[in-house]
Design a protein around this ligand. Sequence first.
Ligand SMILES: Nc1ncnc2c1ncn2[C@@H]1O[C@H](COP(=O)(O)OP(=O)(O)OP(=O)(O)O)[C@@H](O)[C@H]1O
Ligand SMILES: [Mg+2]
Length: 278
Amino acid sequence: MPAAQIAQNEEVGTLLALVQGLQSQVRSQRSELDAVHLKAHEAELKLRQMSAALMGAQEQERTRVAAELQHSVGQALLLMNFGVGGAIELTRSGDAVNATEKLQALAPQVKGTLDEVRRIALGLRPAMLDDLGIVGTLSWLSREFRTAYSSIALRTEIELQESDLAVALRTPIYRVVQQALDNIVKHARATKVSLHLKRERVGTVLEIRDNGSGFASSPGAEKSAALGLGLTGMRDRVEFSGGQFRLHSAPGQGTRVQACWPLSSEKWEVGPDARMAA
Ligand SMILES: Nc1ncnc2c1ncn2[C@@H]1O[C@H](COP(=O)(O)OP(=O)(O)OP(=O)(O)O)[C@@H](O)[C@H]1O
Ligand SMILES: [Mg+2]
């Protein structure tokens, strides 16, 4: 083969190798791009599911509040309206004594309705969170709990200052504590409960433990769609506010509910032990 032909063949070979190298680079970048697309698609799907769940939860909450207003406050106001109407009639007919008696009988009903409105408002979002902050509100909630359930020893430890905490985290923290305590009263048959809110290197950590009956929950159960409304609500509130939710429970070993709102995107690691110190 003439030298010129050999040189040409070598050049073609080099070019071919170059083209193949470029092709493989394009392929690998293409598959990287596909992976990024897939991740973006999954993230969008998750976001859609979360906002659908949030809307569903809001709708459920509105229905519950509407029913409560209608049944308790609405009915009470209706009865009081009759009472006031009766008193007006009596006044018109000059029977001031009976009119006064009727109005006096209404006073406790007015007070009862006022209490009911306060109770409903407290369930929606305690005004106390704005006045006392989360530290004061959790102390108040703990006192109320101890008064109502004297057979359960509740230990509350709050190791942070109000100023350490973003205002937006007050409601999710309050809700998680409220739901966790509600579950303990309803399901756990516990004698000891600990409520711990602290500032750690990773962020703000909330933990509620009990030494009660526990229940079968596998690692990662907090991701499951099969949780009850209370646990799902807790998980969603924590995640919607940028936190991570963990649930550890096993029959006979108590329950530990944890939430962490990281300061940065650092991964939050927790041990699997659900048991409470005796
Ligand atoms: N601290 C606990 N101790 C024992 N069992 C628990 C505890 N917390 C939750 N559970 C179990 O997990 C289930 C789901 O709890 P979840 O709060 O989601 O729903 P619920 O309390 O049954 O109903 P809801 O909260 O909607 O009124 C409970 O029915 C109970 O069996
Ligand atoms: Mg519950």
